[in-house]
Design a protein around this ligand. Sequence first.
Ligand SMILES: [Zn+2]
Length: 239
Amino acid sequence: MKMKWKVVCLLAVFILDVLCVKAMYDSYSDTKNTLFLPADAGAEAKDKVREQFSGSNQIALTFDDGPHSVYTQRLLDGLRKRGVHATFFLLGENIDGKEAIVKQMQADGHLIGNHGYSHVQMSKESVKTACEQIEENNQKIEKITGVRPQYLRPPYGSWNVELECTTNMSVVLWDVDPLDWKSKNTKKIVRHIVKHVEPGDIILLHDVYSTSVEAALEVIDTLSKQGYTFVTVDELMID
Ligand SMILES: [Zn+2]
């Protein structure tokens, strides 16, 4: 009889344990979907979150290396006409004299991110240099817009977790790269994007070439007809 109760007790403890662990796991699973990932979370982790959260047909156009006095302006006009918001990763050294364009970006509802100051490959620089690149540009943008950028696209997508100075920023890479800077061919760029894009994707372009701007606007017209909607990177990541 004594032995029987021992077995019953042990079984009860075991079942309680299992229930406890399951409850803990469930609550972890619930919260992990709403966690904000730090910059050093890694591309894979970010990809997973983005996949979970991306709407069925949302994609994000992103533009690096600007602002450009002619082409960025042309792009902003085209985006406004189409009611589309995009994400701009600005290069610090290109901002001087184009403050009005940056203000326009903000007023039009686009997301402004940081692309470093002078396009150095940050993972090959010292942490100090990389941090200076990021900080100098953050300050420059904040001075114009009053908003400190939260999103960072390191030039060449070159990054490593040791660059701790930016843990408050989210690193944004991309899914579709039409190599627009290389071909400078509008038709080729459009074809590549339309062929490879999938819901939830981030598309990489550069608003410092007329061909890229023309391609971006054509892509919007084409993919809108296919049911895609265009959002900023922050909307894609948390929506
Ligand atoms: Zn770049």
